[in-house]
Design a protein around this ligand. Structure first.
Ligand SMILES: [Zn+2]
Length: 76
């Protein structure tokens, strides 16, 4: 078996986050399409893969996919 290239992407529950965090992630965005920050995101979905966590959603302005990577300081 080889899983070198097969990234295991796990869906997480964005709504398990605190209301404050949700608010931050939904408002602090970058849209490649609009080339603007903080336009907002709708329909957020949170994912995790190999220690990376990110939220995918749609730009509230143009509907283009936006991705916000989350940096979590998580010492094991
Ligand atoms: Zn946009």
């Amino acid at each position: 078996m080889s899983d070198i290239s097969a990234e295991q992407v796990v869906a997480r529950d964005f709504y398990a986050r605190s209301a404050e965090e949700q608010q931050d992630f939904l408002t602090q965005t970058w849209c490649n399409q609009c080339q603007e920050i903080d336009l907002g995101m709708i329909e957020p979905q949170e994912f995790e893969s190999q220690g990376r966590v990110w939220i995918e959603g749609k730009c509230a302005k143009c509907g283009e996919k936006t991705v916000t990577e989350i940096v979590e300081e998580d010492d094991e």
